[in-house]
Structures are given as structure tokens and as C-alpha cells.
Design a protein around this ligand. Structure first.
Ligand code: FEO
Ligand code: CA
Ligand code: CA
Length: 647
């Protein structure tokens, strides 16, 4: 089974621009030379300086000495910082049983325990004494996918209905109550708010695709409810206190027909899937029998963590694609803006702008994300950009979003969002992952994690925003909306950093990071003071080999967005990815997720291989359940009690 956070197949086969003319070639070489933290001044383009005005000297935001790359099978932090294990796969969310070292827990048990593969996460402070608490709150944690080799005794041997049920129960979201005590952070058990949301939890469908014929199935003839949420990758949090969990590689769970239709191909529904084999015991994952079931996934799902009995809601106005995250900010007039990446090679960046404003304490927030305009981004070669509306009826040079192109109404546009974006002429990006909005000016940063197929003879496709051929290290692009208003339809952009070693003798792979080098940036988050936290997801087949030989394990770094100065703050255990970050309001605690320690290159499904690679977290934290490597949430604090992320 493949790593399902990365679907390696390129499905966007719409024509790509080439670098045929000399002007485009000049732009490309200049963009590659752009300095980290600077602007595209090297291009000679008349761009506003995105770095201007912040005024802090290089590294002033980084109050720690960076650590060296590490290949230790443990979490490594700078001197003066410590971590504690909070919530590992198998830990009960409330009063359920604790996971067993041999993974012999039942599907029912698993549905009351932490799922696998922790990913995006957010801390919702309690308002214990009328103000947001920094020592008590709820953590919402995504469980992106399962490694069925680790999940069951015997791995995937003797595949059964019980194993499928357990795999579904280890997917989704955990809501846990956490409290800081004199002895450190603890999960509150039992908790009235704690719950698991899994691949079987009933979810409501809302927005333009609700009731659409393409969302109806034998089990839901009205297209209004769906069982479960899948491949919950990154996330967002709304100002009204709800959590947005994002369905990424949903296609991999379905068995499709031998010759899929064009729409299924565009979303990667095929005969093989990713090897989850759920369809063998749960028929709804067999898209040859239930062709509309895949249309019911690939959405952003809103969860109210303080209302444990409220069903999650699939917000279809935000479009259907392989959602990485859903980063929320407000426009000047308080309309809600959600930035979203579609993580696949040559896919797009989107934003949603609500029709109505968010008015704190007034008005109904339950439908704010159901009405508005969905846009897709075009990054022009001159450092400017446009948000192209995906409105039904909109006409573009490539074709109209109208009946003749298969868009009978607004529901069709959001269901076949990728096809609509193709017609709009959006810019094909190098796998958009997380998006973060700077707390000061509202500049928006996105990680483009890598794209080894960019610029191959078959797929030329270089453009100024994705300037490197065979982009194995990835980069970070940022933009400033017109008038610094998140609802603007025009923006100016530049490249914040080209990842990779600045000393690499191969100019095409050379990075321009000012400080500690990294590759394959993925998680991205701003703290309240405007530090940019960068988490990496180098695939386990690449980690510590070849061009990545000196980078160490996957890691987390902190960058000063003004100067570009970057320091390595954390290294993770063997085979893991670092993903998911949130802080207590006082900045004293950072919660971070370690995903898939022990993941072995190539096929998963063998329980022995991950065990040979990693013994984390049991090898680092006394009392942790061992037996197998386990994804987990850790809490990071400073030994002297000062904030980890001071404001
Ligand atoms: Fe699930 Fe694209 O990371
Ligand atoms: Ca990711
Ligand atoms: Ca990734």
C-alpha cells in the first residue's frame, strides 16, 4: 500500500505552458536566483516588496540556537526545551480501553481510541473564567490514514470485515479534552466533549452540492447525508470556534471500474485504489457498484468541538478536490475567506469568500460557509496574480462553466471543481500543501512540497511560480492581496524560499534558504508574533539518501519572514513526518504531531518493517505503550517556563 498522503500520479493532463520564448526563460532563471526572504527584485519586475515594512533584523524572531540535522530515533529539540507525550495511537479519547502493545484491540475499541497517522490539529481554549484558557481546552486532531500492517496483529494477512471496520475506526478525527497540571499536560478522562469521528460517522451535506443527483446513493437517495470522513489531512479553524477537517486522497479508498470515466480519472478513481481493500467487506467503497459514493468525499468538513452530538457538516461550497488544508481569515468587510490547496502534482490553489460577513456574537454562523464565491489562483509571470471565480456560467477562453461543458448548475461546478479550474486557466502548482496567513499584514504563504515531474520532456510546464524542473526539494510561495484585503481578486506574489541545500553544486537543485536547509516543506503555521513554522515531509524512500543525505530526519524549522533567517527547531524519529502544529493562547505550549514513525519505503502492510526502523515513542517516553511505532501528539514547552512562541 502506498503512502496515502502522496498520490504520485499526475492527473492534470490539460496542456501546460512551455518555456518556449526567451522572456519566459529569463523569468525562470531570475526566479531561481531570487533570494530567500527577499523579493523578486532579481527579475527586474515592477513588484511591490512583500518583505518591506516589517523592520525586524534577521533572526530577531528566533530565540533559540538551531539544532543539527539528526537521524536519532527520537524527538530532538534545542537546549532548554522539552517534550512530553500526550496522545498516541491507541490512547483512549475518554473512558475507553488503552491500546494494546500487540494491536489486538477490536474495531469497537479502536473507535474509542486515538486513530493512526495524526495530522492537522487545533487547540480550542476553554473559557473557564471568561477568557480563553491556556491550560485547558479541546484538541481536534486529524488521523489521516491507516497503516494496516501495524494496525492489526498479522497486518493485512487474513483480511476480514473486522479488520476493515478497525481500519475505518482508526481514520478521521479525535476530539480530546486536555488540561495542564503540575505534572504536565494530561488528557481529561472521562470527558463530556471527547469523541471520535471516523469513516462511518454520519455527516450532513450542505452547500450547493446538497441533494445533487451525483451525490445520491442507494443508502441516501436525497444526497443529504454521508457516512464518514476520509484521509483527514490538514485543517482550519473558524473565528466562531469550529474545526475544519480536510479530505485529501479520498480516491485511494475506492475500487473503480477497469476503464474509469473522464471525471473519475480526473480525481484518480481507478481499479486499484491505494490498496486499502475496504471494498472487499464494505460495498460502498466499490465504485463499480456505487459510482456516486466517491463524489461524497473530497470536501472540507466542519466540526463543532463543543457540541459533541452535532454531526459534522461537509461544506460543499468550498469545492471538491484533494484538500490539504482550509486556512481561514477575514476580509476587511469581515467576509470569511478560506485558502485551500489541492495536493497533487500540477493542481491548484483556491480561495472561498463568503457572501455574508462574520459578525462576532451576532448572526447565524451555521451557514456562513455555504454561500459565497470559490476562486482559483492564476500566478502570472510578472509577479502579479488573479483570483478567477468559479461561478456557474462564468466564461473563460478555455470554455464556459456552463451546460455545454457539463456544468448544469452551481452543484456541478463544486463537484467537478478541478475541471472547472482547468477551464478557468489556473496555474498548475508543485503540489500545494499548507497555507498560512501572517498575523500582521495578512500576507499568505503556501508550501509547494515538490514535483519531480515538473519540466520533464513529457511535462515541460515551468512557470515563474513553479520555476524548477524536477523540483525534488519544493519551495514556498507567498502573496499579498490587493489592498491587503483577503477578498481582493488581484494579488502580487514572490518566492519566499527555494528549498534545498544552498551549497548543492547542481544549480537546478540549489536552494536559497538563509540558515538551516530543509526539503519538501509541508506543514506551515504562523504563531502570534509572526514566526513562520515549517514542517517537512520528505518521503521515506528519499529520506537520508542521495540529495537528501545530509538533511536528517523530517523536521520542524522556524523562519523570520522578514529576513528569511531559518533555524532548525526540532527533528523527529526515524521514518516519521512532522505535521500538525497549534499553540496554547499564551504561547507556552506548542502541540505538534509526529506521523508514521517507522514508515518503511515501498509497500506497507508488513508489521515487522516499521518496528525495525523505529521504536518511538516507547523508546523516549517512560510509560508509553510499545510494541509498535505510534503516531502521536507531543506537547513542547520550555524548561524555564517562558513561552515557546513568545508574542
Ligand atoms: Fe496529507 Fe498533502 O499531505
Ligand atoms: Ca501534508
Ligand atoms: Ca506531504
Amino acid at each position: 500500500m502506498k503512502n496515502t498522503c502522496f498520490d504520485p500520479v499526475d492527473r492534470n493532463t490539460a496542456a501546460l505552458a512551455t518555456l518556449a520564448d526567451p522572456f519566459r526563460r529569463r523569468l525562470l532563471s531570475a526566479a531561481v536566483l531570487a533570494t530567500a526572504g527577499g523579493t523578486l527584485a532579481a527579475t527586474g519586475l515592477p513588484l511591490p516588496s512583500l518583505a518591506a515594512g516589517a523592520g525586524r533584523a534577521g533572526g530577531a524572531l528566533l530565540p533559540f540556537a538551531g539544532i543539527a540535522p539528526s537521524t536519532e530515533d527520537r524527538v530532538v529539540l534545542p537546549t532548554g526545551y522539552r517534550s512530553e507525550l500526550l496522545f498516541a495511537w491507541g490512547d483512549p479519547v475518554s473512558d475507553g480501553p488503552r491500546g494494546r502493545a500487540d494491536a489486538s484491540d477490536s474495531a469497537l475499541d479502536q473507535g474509542r481510541q486515538a486513530g493512526m497517522h495524526h495530522d492537522g490539529m487545533h487547540f480550542f481554549p476553554a473559557a473557564d473564567s471568561g477568557s480563553p484558557a491556556s491550560d485547558h481546552g479541546l484538541l481536534c486532531i486529524n488521523h489521516e490514514y491507516t497503516d494496516d500492517g501495524l494496525l492489526h496483529p498479522g497486518g493485512m494477512r487474513d483480511w476480514s470485515a473486522e479488520k476493515v471496520a478497525k481500519s475505518k475506526a482508526a481514520t478521521g478525527v479525535s476530539v480530546i479534552e486536555v488540561r495542564r497540571t503540575d505534572a504536565g499536560w494530561r488528557v481529561v478522562r472521562p470527558s463530556r466533549w471527547a469523541r471520535r469521528i471516523t469513516a462511518d460517522t454520519p455527516c450532513r451535506i450542505a452547500g450547493p452540492a446538497r441533494g445533487h443527483p451525483a451525490l445520491t446513493t442507494a443508502a441516501d437517495r436525497r444526497g443529504e447525508f454521508v457516512l464518514g470522513t476520509l484521509n483527514n489531512c490538514a485543517m482550519g479553524a473558524t473565528p466562531w470556534g469550529t474545526y475544519l477537517t480536510c479530505e485529501e486522497n479520498f480516491n485511494g479508498y475506492f475500487r473503480g471500474p477497469p476503464v474509469p470515466g473522464a471525471d473519475q480519472q480526473r480525481y484518480g478513481i481507478n481499479e486499484k485504489g491505494f490498496g486499502f481493500r475496504w471494498h472487499e467487506f464494505d460495498e460502498r467503497f466499490d465504485a463499480t457498484l456505487h459510482p456516486n459514493e466517491p463524489n461524497r468525499f473530497g470536501w472540507v468538513v466542519e466540526i463543532d468541538p463543543w457540541q459533541p452530538h452535532k454531526p459534522p457538516v461537509k461544506r460543499t461550497a468550498l469545492g471538491r478536490f484533494k484538500h490539504e488544508g482550509a486556512t481561514v481569515t477575514l476580509a476587511r468587510d469581515r467576509r470569511v475567506v478560506v485558502y485551500m490547496g489541492d495536493d497533487e502534482r500540477f493542481e491548484y490553489i483556491y480561495k472561498f469568500v463568503s457572501r455574508r460577513p462574520y459578525l462576532p456574537g451576532r448572526g447565524d454562523t451555521s451557514t456562513l460557509l455555504d454561500e459565497g464565491t470559490l476562486y482559483v489562483a492564476r500566478f502570472d509571470e510578472d509577479g502579479k496574480g488573479r483570483w478567477l471565480p468559479l461561478r456557474h456560467g462564468e466564461r473563460y477562453p478555455n470554455g464556459a462553466l456552463s451546460v455545454e461543458n457539463g456544468f448544469a448548475g452551481p452543484g456541478d461546478v463544486v463537484i467537478r471543481c478541478r475541471q472547472a479550474a482547468d477551464l478557468a486557466g489556473a496555474t498548475k502548482m508543485d503540489r500545494p500543501e499548507w497555507i498560512a496567513v501572517a498575523p500582521t499584514r495578512g500576507d499568505v504563504y503556501v508550501t509547494l512540497t515538490n514535483n519531480s515531474q515538473r519540466g520533464t520532456p513529457e511535462r515541460p510546464g515551468l512557470n515563474a511560480a513553479n520555476p524548477r524542473p524536477a523540483n525534488i526539494f519544493g519551495h514556498i510561495v507567498r502573496w499579498r492581496e490587493g489592498g491587503s484585503d483577503a477578498a481582493a481578486t488581484r494579488f502580487a506574489w514572490d518566492i519566499f524560499a527555494l528549498a534545498g541545500d544552498p551549497q548543492n553544486p547542481d544549480a537546478a537543485k540549489r536552494g536559497n534558504i538563509k540558515g538551516d536547509p530543509y526539503g519538501s516543506p509541508d506543514g506551515l503555521w504562523f504563531d502570534a508574533a509572526g514566526r513562520l513554522w515549517i514542517q517537512t515531509d520528505v518521503s521515506t524512500g528519499t529520506l537520508n539518501k542521495g540529495d537528501y543525505a545530509n538533511f536528517g530526519n523530517n523536521q520542524m524549522l522556524v523562519a523570520d519572514p522578514t529576513s528569511g533567517a531559518t533555524r532548525r527547531f526540532m527533528s523527529g524519529p526515524n521514518g516519521c513526518e512532522i505535521t500538525g502544529i497549534t499553540a496554547s493562547p499564551d504561547g507556552r505550549t506548542l502541540f505538534v504531531n509526529i506521523q508514521h514513525p517507522g514508515e518503511s519505503p515501498g509497500e506497507r502492510g508488513d508489521p515487522e518493517k516499521p518496528t525495525a526502523i523505529s521504536a518511538w515513542p516507547a523508546n523516549q517516553y517512560p510509560g508509553a505503550v510499545g510494541g509498535r511505532p505510534r503516531s502521536a501528539t507531543i506537547a513542547i514547552t520550555r524548561e524555564d517556563g517562558y513561552p515557546v512562541a513568545p508574542a
